[in-house]
Design a protein around this ligand. Sequence first.
Ligand code: BGC
Length: 695
Amino acid sequence: MELLENYNNLYNLCLMFQHMTEVPSDEELLKLPFMNGDLGVEKRIEDLLGRLTLQEKFKLCGGTRYYYAKPVKRLGIKNFKMTDGPHGIAAQSSGSKEGTYFPTAICRTATWNPELSEKFGVAVAQEVRDIGYHMILGPAINIQRTPLCGRTFEYQTEDPYLNIKMAVPVVKGIQSQKIAACVKHYACNNQDTNRYRVNSVVSERAMREIYLPAYEAVVREADAWSFMSCYNRVNGTFGCENKNLLKERLMEDWGFRGFVVSDWHALRNNKASPENCINAGLTLEMPSPTVYRGKNIIKALSEGKITEEILNENIKRFLRVMFLVGLFDDENTLPLGNRNTMEHQKIARKIAEEGIVLLKNENGLLPLDINKLKKIAVIGPNADKKMAMGGGSSQVLSPYEITPLKGLEEKCKGKVDIISSPIDADVTIIVAGLNHDRGMDSEFQDRETLELPADQIELINKTTQENPNTLVVLISGSPIAMDEWLGNVPSVVEAWYPGLEGGYAIADILFGDVNPSGKLPITFPKKLSDSPAHASKRTFPGDDNVFYDEGIFVGYRHFDIKNIEPLFAFGYGLSYTTFTYENLKISKDKVSKDETFNVSCDIINSGSRDGAEIVQLYIQDVVASVERPLKELKGFKKIWLKPGEKRTVNFELDKISLSFYDEKNHCWTAEKGKFNILIGSSSRDIRLQSEIEYL
Ligand code: BGC
């Protein structure tokens, strides 16, 4: 009772003081120690924290104007501004500013090119800086557990290793511009059905091996400055209240020094308690304080449910990021922002060129020869459909968008006629797939089916009867089943949502100016029931609980162990040239404890065009005390080769690549015995194999 009175008195005093204080002049502010950049971030934090009243601290815990944190003018704390999202500065959170519409994350990941991820990160951060914001709400790195998840297009991959390799450079790129990355949605937010409430029931082993590695890596390897907690519960506790995920793993185990923001409206929707969130380490409630109202925090303090130290710790994390992004610094000293530049458009186009995947190419229909064609029919619902302004919070107001039709028209101008009747055409291109309507690739709702809409299947099958020279370009952000039509078309290209220059990239690939080099970051199943999350209603979409019964057998790990033939395997993608693999060498055949070992092989471009190959290294534990996947990706290299050119590819491996998470002993373990080293062009096209013995 006494405590309550003390806090209330203090609070009231703060309020009074607040009204009495004048906002100091810029000159007065500049004299304060925390404004001195030479002091070092940690000392600046201490100084500023010491000057904040209790009421000002409460203020910093909640948002305003939907995408801002509240300012504290008395101390020169401006609005900290946040914008979505994963593939460009998003329309609704940037005040409808135009921004470069980059290919969505699944397309970027299909490049298997970490350098492009970093370039994207730098570019998108420059756009954030240009609109005067401080943090981008991305990357989104939830594992693609089911192909039906509405946000598969915003996420990267089904594989934890590829997830790490493509997420770390994005975060590094963004933060190199002194813009904060906000990695989301932590964790196990793998579906949109019932997303505010559903409880993801996940084993510790699956968390460690599948769902958490990329989150851990962006902290350890890229020092991510912010995380967004998920809406859903994980093993019984909501993301925003989840002490185990936030305080214990993220902060204590991985050494995260940034701050955690809630997903929008999560605290209100989850009816969260202020003490649970504060004690879990969540600093900022967005978009506005409901649970984090001053009076609620005071109550928690006075009842001894939280301490001021914990509150201070949460605030310090936020102040730290404010200093890191230069919120108090002279803007002229910060990295320059820019937006919608040719440089950014070039990066978007490059990602599209490298991310588009050639799925099927029979009878050499592709690449098309512009000199041999007179008429091309371009049809289908996605031929001229713009996609940037769809999908939910990530939608981008793009200054322009080259649709597939537009790209093809430009390519063919003066050379080939583009018509709409397949019967009269030398070749027909059907641009089919999904869009961002609810129930397709869209936030808020999962897809209902893996199939294309019936009218599209009909269109494909009717058109191929009229004109066998028909190919399909798919625009989609998630896998599509093709059983009903694949046999009728010689060529299929998966173009994802390829960004504002996508139409040019598609045309370049179809006409062979660019040799396709993307590979699937997710398995394409033949039918939904083949997919690991779709064993029953309990495993997807669940009800109150969704049980991750498949454990670590997510994506290709499941197809392998169950011996199910996928439609197109993880890591698969064709090229217009061919590659030969030879000369596998392993530096030692017996590896002891902490030794590293090297694996190398030669890749030869054995075809007649320049091309890029993504060489993949998988490891298989031959005998183990627990069930292990038949193979797991542990290395990849993307290399460019001229016809006839040969290149040696090297991989360095260690016991981490051989380990699994041992639930009994709570640690990573590499067990003694034989391991197969598999090198391939996809997870189902292993070209070279050897073994080592771990001693
Ligand atoms: C989404 C987040 C997004 C936030 C702010 C939420 O509905 O789940 O991904 O960053 O809104 O727009």
